[in-house]
Design a binder for this molecule. Structure first.
Ligand code: ATP
Ligand code: MG
Length: 423
């Protein structure tokens, strides 16, 4: 029996889980401020959602999906990313008809890709992402980028680099595409088989190839920025102007191409600039995908979004030596001596918990001294000491672990007194 965890997955143990919870809470708070609301789509979808929604020529669809036939002989895929499913749901639930537009959504949950596991690359990883559907205003592009940047900044990250590009509209892309084919075709034999396949299907993706990234033709490839028509150019300039107004520094990189097929206009990535971060520095990727809603049978609807993985975010925190302000304390630890007191403490911790305190007691038959040690380990704010003597007198001794002060309180009014003291 193989009892080890599958490759590319990880157990998140309680101490780590506290970090995960903290990050999730920050992202939820930020989404509320930016007015993005949560959407929860299934963990699996019909395979077609991703093959059509992510694009047949992408690495995700060609190599990385967890696809299987279910017992009803349907082809099912564990979701490798969030956008396609959100757009499927947008169309299915007719969100284009909702009164408030654009529809601003966020998701937070596990994604699955069959990749070669390495630092920052898992087979199950958690993505936080947003999608804004129904607006083609450059201001929403800037808003989405600002939300991604602020997620990192709110957690204390400083060494960030925003890289941005425009892929232009359909007309600009068509002209650029012709230029790319003309550029690569004569020497396409020197490229990998993926690139050879992409040449006529989607030559833009050659620029995103990891194997051939150092080929000399990559550096001299025609830049999309030279092929932007006036509308695309002014759209891009507007996005950049908004970023400047929000004091978000950026670098324009005309070679930046995002993985998905449907991107147009704005494309961006946020990288960690921290020393020792490792080879994979991209924390977040996003862009505009006008046309995707139509692909799913909906009306023409512009959209933009980003996705970031929490695993890479946590790696960036480690690279910048950031410790999150996670509080780990017990309000009250009940130390009980003697059987009657120990029995009573069962009811007492329950009462404390019902009144909103985090409370604990000993469950290992420890002596008093060891119970105090356990209270220390639990970082208890108060220790409540209950012995047979106290029980007879119907009192309890409360020790404030910060000041060291002790007071005797009537057992009956103990929880109420403690509540008052906390206010
Ligand atoms: P990469 O070039 O690193 O493979 P990608 O283009 O496949 O990234 P996207 O599909 O745009 O990535 O996903 C957005 C973000 O999700 C990435 O920037 C990264 O933070 C994260 N991510 C992608 N794949 C993984 C993975 N296998 N493990 C952990 N995080 C990942
Ligand atoms: Mg990838």
């Amino acid at each position: 029996m193989n009892v080890q965890i599958p490759r590319g997955t990880q157990d998140i143990l309680p101490e780590q889980a506290a970090i995960w919870q903290y990050i999730e809470q920050i992202t939820r708070e930020l989404c509320k401020r930016y007015q993005y609301n949560e959407i929860r789509t299934p963990i699996f979808e019909h395979t077609e959602v991703f093959s059509r929604g992510v694009g047949e020529t992408t690495d995700i669809v060609q190599k990385e999906m967890y696809t299987f036939q279910d017992r009803g002989d349907r082809s099912i895929t564990l979701r490798p990313e969030g956008t396609a499913a959100v757009v499927r749901s947008f169309v299915e639930n007719k969100m284009f008809g909702w009164a408030s537009q654009p529809v601003k959504l966020f998701y937070y949950g596990p994604m699955f890709r069959y990749e070669r596991p390495q630092a920052g690359r898992f087979r199950q990883f958690v993505q936080f992402g947003v999608e804004a559907l129904g607006s083609a205003d450059p201001a929403i592009d800037a808003e989405v980028i600002s939300l991604a940047m602020n997620t990192y900044k709110s957690l204390g990250l400083k060494e960030l680099k925003l890289v941005i590009n425009s892929l232009g509209d359909q007309e600009s892309r068509t002209k650029h595409r012709e230029a790319l084919v003309a550029h690569f075709e004569p020497r396409i034999g020197e490229f990998c088989s993926d690139c050879q396949n992409r040449l006529h299907k989607n030559p833009l993706r050659i620029l995103d190839c990891k194997k051939d990234r150092d080929h000399e033709l990559m550096k001299t490839a025609p830049s999309i920025l030279e092929y932007l028509n006036p509308e695309s150019k002014s759209y891009f300039e507007k996005v950049l102007k908004h970023l400047e107004a929000m004091e978000i520094p950026y670098t324009v990189d005309p070679t930046l191409v995002r993985g998905l097929d449907y991107y147009n206009h704005t494309a961006f990535e946020i990288m960690s600039d921290a020393k020792g971060f490792g080879a994979i520095t991209t924390l977040c990727g996003g862009g505009r995908y006008n046309g995707l809603v139509e692909e799913f049978g909906g009306p023409e609807t512009p959209g933009i979004g980003f996705a970031m993985s929490i695993e890479r975010l946590i790696a960036a925190l480690a690279a910048e030596s950031i410790t999150l302000p996670i509080e780990h304390a017990t309000d009250v630890y009940v130390v009980a001596m003697g059987e009657a007191a120990q029995d009573y403490s069962v009811k007492l911790v329950n009462e404390l918990r019902l009144q909103g305190f985090s409370a604990d007691r000993d469950y290992n038959g420890r002596k008093v001294k060891a119970q105090f040690k356990a209270a220390d380990r639990a970082n208890a704010r108060y220790v409540a000491v209950l012995g047979d003597d106290e029980l007879n007198k119907k009192t309890i001794t409360l020790k404030d672990m910060e000041s060291g002060e002790q007071q005797e309180i009537a057992l009956e009014s103990f929880v109420a007194t403690l509540k008052k003291q906390q206010q």
